[in-house]
Design a protein around this ligand. Sequence first.
Ligand SMILES: [Zn+2]
Ligand SMILES: [Zn+2]
Length: 341
Amino acid sequence: MQVYVLVRPGELALCEVPRPEAGPDDIVVRVRAGLTCGTDVKAFLRGHPKFAMPTSFGHEFSGEIAAVGVHVRGFREGDAIMATPTGPCGQCYYCHRDQENLCETIMETMVLGAYAEYIKLPARIVNVNVYHKPRTMSYPVAALLEPLACVLHGIESVTVRPDDTVVLIGAGAISLLHLLALRAMGLERIVVLGRRPHRAQHALRLGADRVFTDGLVAARDQVGDYTQGRGADIVIECTGQVDVWEAAPHLARRGGHVVLFGGCPPETQVRIDTQRFHYDQLRIVSPFHFTPRAVRRAYELLASDAFAGEQLISGVYALPDLPRALSEHQSGNGIKFAVVP
Ligand SMILES: [Zn+2]
Ligand SMILES: [Zn+2]
């Protein structure tokens, strides 16, 4: 089968390797859609601490079951499925405390290789994070399961009311997934801060009430005006940049919630205003990854009519065109791109 290998930053190779075989507890999936993701773009451009190279890569996918291990129940060859690239061990300290996102082995056992014809999923994924794809859902939309699970896990870390005002910082795929999820939860007052005007326009089409593109300093006044001077009930940072982490709390009201969603580069620190943190009782959280609970909710949301997932897929490329799909993603010429073997 064909698989893309990230040889070193900036170098991709389409290689021929043996098709994976299913062990007794595995399933092998014939990939029908892999989605580009900011993480992949970053790994391609400058490497990634979690991806030792050379490595196969791509972690958002959906497909059709090509082979099933003898112990696997509930899935058959030919079933259309959607899945995440990780699963918890179910046995460690964190797994026993419903914090499976922090499972001791969840990241090191991540399955990479969605940019390939086939991908093998081990028992820990098969047991909890594989779902049958509804017939009416497209494969690219089904592949949104993983990023949407991350987003819903993040939203779960704060209290959301339908009349809340939410500020989303960033106008990329993760921000827009938040936007769609919050809209589906009935929120109407959602503001998106973006730097690229055409991406921000996309946010308006997807249901943002306002879009501000004048930068974070100007946004303080703009968000102030929008909220009678209070600031937003919830601020969600979706960029993973230190200066944006530092700016995010300034957009929140007293007693507001701040979600720092995007992971920052290693060995960086942020400063927070202690007076606002304490006397304005800000709640600042930084959720990581997702639990099986969030995956289930992502599945249910994708399957509902309330979620316009199709709007996030900006184009479809054949597998050999992966480099083009990544560069389109990187240049912001769309939200996410599907790569179809
Ligand atoms: Zn991703
Ligand atoms: Zn565990």
